[in-house]
Design a binder for this molecule. Structure first.
Ligand code: ZN
Length: 330
């Protein structure tokens, strides 16, 4: 396809703004382009890297092992585009569904499954998770830990397919930590154990995930959370502003009220956020003709072959025939 060159200076931003926090692309994975677009998004899976920051970032980036990585100081790095598949869950199952990578967003948190995390880091995780929940309509109880969805196949030592392959992200199931994350509920039981698809081999883990073991109360304080039946739990409508009720009926301070601040990355997301096609680029109809000085606004989007690019970071060398331009209709 012939590319149209337009000689206008362009700005290349390395960071994009997301609900007041900066998401850095410094560790964006080279694997990104090979990854398929995910067909559905039902869960957010929280992980702990079990390693120090530098090696964690390098490792997840080299292999494309998550969508976001959050450091102890609360910096958020985008590793894989959030609408593509990242390989974070491995052998996994939730309520009969296997290969959870195909249905989830994976967030790696630098730290350890049983160690306290700095508030700054938890606050960054809270904001990121809230944004993603509102975009995809994911309820609190579908924000899971890797240890909840990971399972092990039968092997020399285990006669059955089993739950308890790893404890990754375990602390995020504890009520005290969920309290800091403003997650008001968690799954009441393991649906695959209940249905006898899997057997529990790590009893301690099980009592953290579904029982009353919470080793972080001293640090973060007590929190009461609702127990939700994971089989009955449904995705919500993706909404921009759900007003969440606090435990005493007060409106929660959680940023679920923010309107979509994440940059849309798919045509579905553009539509959901009220964007419309305002023109199609041809040799004679350049972006400047179509949207004038708005050609490089952050709320002008360019779409070609399913790829969505915001105007403030697009390289004019990428303008080509057939590209659609999207803006919000006034
Ligand atoms: Zn993990």
């Amino acid at each position: 396809m012939r590319r149209i060159l337009v000689s206008i200076a362009f700005i290349l931003l390395t960071a994009s703004v997301l609900a007041g926090v900066s998401v850095s692309k410094r560790y964006r994975s080279e694997r990104n382009k090979e990854r398929e677009v995910r067909k559905s998004t039902e869960f957010i899976v929280l992980h702990t890297t079990e390693a120090a920051e530098k090696s964690s970032l390098r490792h997840v980036s080299e292999r494309g092992l998550c969508h976001y990585c959050v450091t102890a100081s609360g910096d958020i790095y985008q590793i894989i585009d959030r609408h593509r598949v990242a390989f974070h869950a491995g052998d996994s199952m939730w309520n009969k569904k296997e290969e959870i990578d195909n249905y989830s967003i994976g967030i790696e948190c630098v730290g350890y499954h049983d160690k306290v995390m700095p508030r700054k880091q938890l606050n960054a995780i809270r904001d990121l998770v809230a944004e993603l929940q509102s975009i995809y309509g994911i309820p609190d109880d579908k924000v899971l830990t890797h240890s909840q969805v990971a399972f092990g196949e039968k092997n020399k030592w285990q006669k059955h397919r089993h739950r308890g392959r790893k404890r990754c992200g375990m602390l995020f199931a504890m009520p005290s930590v969920r309290g800091v994350l403003k997650l008001e509920s968690r799954a009441a039981y393991d649906p695959d154990v209940k249905a006898k698809r899997l057997v529990v081999v790590d009893k301690y883990l099980n009592s953290v995930l579904y029982g009353s073991v919470d080793t972080m109360v001293k640090t973060y304080g007590k929190s009461t959370i609702k127990k939700v039946d994971p089989i009955k739990s449904k995705l919500q409508k993706p909404v921009a502003n759900i007003q969440k009720k606090g435990i005493n009926g007060e409106v929660n301070s959680r940023p679920a009220t923010v309107k979509f601040k994440i940059i849309p990355q798919t045509i579905t997301e553009l539509n959901a956020q009220g964007f419309k096609v305002v023109g199609t680029v041809t040799k004679k109809n350049l972006p400047l003709n179509i949207v004038g000085k708005h050609w490089n606004d952050k709320d002008t989007y360019y779409v070609i072959r399913g790829r969505v690019m915001p105007g403030n970071i697009i390289d004019p060398k990428r303008f080509e025939e057939g590209m659609t331009i999207w803006r919000k209709s006034k």
